[in-house]
Write a protein that binds this ligand. Structure first.
Ligand SMILES: [Zn+2]
Length: 323
């Protein structure tokens, strides 16, 4: 038994991969997510069999299967409690359904957690045991690896960094129904929230004036303008960075990560974002908890999910057997 099967299920495509025990990719491919409910899982199984047959590999000789899903997870039982992007409602017993096809170990986790595990093993986390990842995209996902394992909490809501209250004024509403979450000020939508909030209340002029007035400014516009010395855009990135740093600071006194990894579309803001986060982080974090902690940009891009889903099998099957 030498190979790991990995699936990262998204709203439009499922990324699939076959890995060796050291999490090197032997093959990766995508299929479209064109069925709902259990049909997606059956499609995944069928595609695995086709690709394994080409390599003369038997699915029952696989070490295990790791699956990333965009929804809240009951990790112990491999159950997803709804996934809006997949049109899954109610509890879907992913592990139990997949066990109809594959009788080896199956681990299921949410997309932010598997991306974190991918970055820990093969990306910016340098295979350290203490790693935090914040994925700043349309929303904000988070994952915390402490003592080499992902934190899940008692009902799977651990490490939901996106819903950490960072804006004490609670100016913007979050998708979760609360106000003031990190997601409302540090996602792509959050960047735009801050642009509109501050532009009408301050005198800094911006090259984005027309976009802002027409309400079609994007986070990318802000990052591009900031790189061209647009002062208002730099001011906005500084605000975003302050909120991210605050979340990173609190996490640092909890789990003392070695690497705090910033991923997702917002991390395309690049060096300026990291520099501003570092500035705020150093000013607000308990000294011993920030010593030798590095704030870095994610390295794996879209592959973080399948590498991390395979990483579930490495963490919970291979490394446990070796202990
Ligand atoms: Zn929220």
């Amino acid at each position: 038994m030498t190979h790991i099967l990995s699936a990262d299920i998204g709203g439009t495509t499922c990324k699939l991969g076959i890995f060796d025990e050291s999490l090197n990719i032997l093959e990766k491919w995508e299929i479209s997510t064109n069925k709902t409910g259990e049909g997606i899982l059956e499609n995944i199984y069928d595609s695995f069999v086709v690709h394994l047959n080409r390599k003369n590999l038997d699915i029952n000789s696989m070490i295990g299967m790791g699956i990333g899903v965009p929804g809240p997870i009951d990790f112990e039982n491999g159950v997803v409690n709804g996934a809006v992007n997949l049109n899954w409602t109610g509890n879907i017993e992913v592990r139990k359904i997949m066990q109809k096809y594959f009788d080896g170990p199956i681990y299921v986790d949410n997309d932010a957690n598997v991306a974190t595990l991918g970055e820990k093993f093969k990306g910016a986390g340098q295979n350290e045991s203490e790693v935090v990842c914040m994925t700043l995209g349309t929303g904000v996902g988070g994952g915390i690896v402490a003592n080499n394992v992902l934190l899940h909490g008692h009902n799977g809501s651990g490490a939901e960094i996106g819903h950490f209250l960072v804006d004490q004024k609670k100016r913007f509403k979050c998708n979760c129904g609360m106000k003031g979450c990190l997601e409302t000020v540090a996602s792509a939508t959050g960047v735009v929230n801050l642009v509109h909030h501050y532009y009408s209340n301050m005198s800094l002029k911006s090259s984005l004036h027309d976009h802002i007035m027409n309400k079609n400014v994007s986070a990318k516009d802000v990052f591009d303008a900031a790189k061209n010395d647009d002062e208002f855009s730099q001011f906005i990135i500084d605000k975003v960075a302050g909120y991210i740093a605050y979340a990173a600071s609190v996490i640092s006194v909890m789990t003392n990560p070695k690497y705090i990894i910033i991923g997702g579309g917002v991390s395309n803001a690049g060096d300026i974002l990291i520099q501003y986060i570092e500035k705020h982080y150093k000013n607000m974090t308990f000294r011993p908890a920030q010593d030798d902690t590095h704030i870095v940009v994610a390295k794996l891009g879209n592959d973080a999910g399948i590498i991390g889903a395979a990483g579930l099998i490495k963490t919970y099957v291979i490394e446990r057997e070796n202990k």
